[in-house]
Design a protein around this ligand. Structure first.
Ligand SMILES: [Zn+2]
Length: 441
């Protein structure tokens, strides 16, 4: 029997609510599985403590059994509970008992909700069972059941259902402590299901309320993404600038810097993008695509970024910009952009223009594989200028492999085809270079 399935049934097993067959299966599993049996032991201790007490005296109970259970594998689970227990010292005792218990349980669950993503699947199941048990004790079972079913809908990616239930939750329980959490999650769910306009409304509302900085950063970041999706550039920039001026948003601050850099890059503001990308790289883990973009910007400063503009256009406009890519290949074959432009030309979208079926780029960049790949492509007549670039690429690789004789022949071939353009000219230089080497040998 699967451990997770066993853990899902702990609750019913303990209360004796299972049929005989299932009960025996679980008993058998617990006798043979150390992990499950030790979790079950903890579970019994905690649930008994909860059952035998009222919430306001939990902090006394918790001193008795927490040291014992801490060494067990449910440490995280207990951590969330003990944090919540800690709160009870500070809970206002003057409230009438009934509502005070509810407040305590709801604040415990609010705490737990912050740790959801740290829990393993089985700890999550047990946490929910315990929350439900507490809810029953305090008459909150309907509310907590609704909360859990919303969570499960989101976990199963049933977002449209989740949205309906989240809205219903908010109107069913207008005064609960869980309002803020569910409201926030509704905003995220709307964004995930691409309902950006609706999501923006919710995000803006939450941002008006007092929330902690890290949470505010996350909300602003998601809001900016919604604006970007709807092409609301002005609002996007305002939001991202708000993030990008406050370093206490930590990871969201850096995400904003990167996002702004990408935006400037798309708008051909390469110098602005360069500043932002450099700032990002100086303070964060190296990300290859950013280092690459920086190298493109540096390489093409002297041409007023003309090839880079052609490249970005091709990415944005698709087929219409196909000729821009060919210019990069024939005029700037040594640019670090060229290989990317080449790969783009070989994508199905562009190949429709020339109508060809091309073998895909070798995944493993082993030099000999690449040489024969470029060799194959250079033989396809209909690829025209692209095939000349493939030939040039082949020559460079041969030279790198010190197969000078072969490289020499390929360069000669390029010159015979393309005497006047850049490819021809740099191939002539290569021929001179190789001839000198020949003579010196
Ligand atoms: Zn097990």
């Amino acid at each position: 029997m699967d451990c997770l399935l066993v853990k899902q049934d702990f609750f019913s097993y303990m209360d004796g609510n299972l049929d005989k067959e299932k009960e025996e299966l679980i008993t058998h599993h617990l006798e043979n599985c150390y992990e499950c049996s030790s979790e079950f032991a903890d579970y019994i201790v905690i649930v008994n403590a909860i059952s035998n007490s009222t919430p306001s005296i939990w902090h006394e109970k918790h001193n008795k059994f927490v040291p014992y259970t801490y060494i067990r594998r449910v440490a995280i689970l207990l951590m969330t509970f003990s944090i919540a227990w800690g709160i009870y010292y500070f809970v206002n005792i003057n409230r009438e008992l009934h509502s005070k218990e509810k407040v305590e349980v709801l604040s415990l669950i609010t705490k737990n909700l912050q740790y959801r993503n740290l829990l393993s699947e089985s700890s999550l199941v047990i946490t929910r069972q315990m929350e439900y048990k507490l809810a029953i004790k305090t008459g909150l079972e309907r509310q907590i059941k609704d909360l859990h079913s919303i969570e499960i809908l989101c976990e199963n990616k049933e977002y449209s259902q989740a949205i309906i239930r989240q809205k219903k939750f908010l109107s069913d329980y207008p005064k609960t402590l869980l309002q803020k959490y569910v409201y926030m999650n509704l905003a995220y769910t709307l964004k995930t299901s691409k309902r950006y306009k609706d999501a923006i409304g919710y995000f803006k509302n939450i941002l008006k309320q007092p929330i902690q900085e890290q949470e505010r950063g996350k909300l602003l970041w998601n809001l900016s993404k919604c604006y970007l999706k709807l092409n609301l550039e002005k609002q996007y920039l305002t939001t991202v600038d708000r993030l990008g001026t406050n370093i206490s948003y930590s990871q969201y601050y850096w995400k904003a810097i990167r996002s702004k850099a990408d935006y400037e890059f798309q708008k051909y503001n390469f110098l602005k993008a360069e500043v932002l990308y450099s700032k990002y790289l100086e303070n964060n883990q190296k990300i290859p695509y950013i280092a690459e973009k920086l190298s493109w910007i540096k390489y093409h400063k002297n041409e007023n970024f003309y090839p880079l503009i052609l490249f970005v256009q091709a990415k944005q406009k698709g087929i219409d910009a196909y000729y821009g890519l060919k210019i990069i290949l024939s005029q700037y074959p040594d640019s670090p952009l060229a290989l990317h432009a080449f790969k783009m030309c070989l994508s199905p979208e562009y190949l429709n223009v020339i109508g060809n079926e091309i073998p895909s780029f070798p995944i493993k960049h082993d030099t000999n594989k690449l040489i024969s790949y470029f060799s194959d492509l250079s033989m396809i007549q209909s690829l025209c200028e692209i095939s000349d670039y493939a030939l040039y690429r082949k020559a460079i690789l041969l030279e790198k492999e010190q197969k000078y004789e072969l490289a020499y022949k390929v360069y000669i071939k390029i010159v015979s085809k393309q005497e006047d353009n850049t490819l021809g000219k740099i191939s002539k230089k290569a021929i001179l270079r190789l001839s000198k080497q020949r003579r010196s040998i």
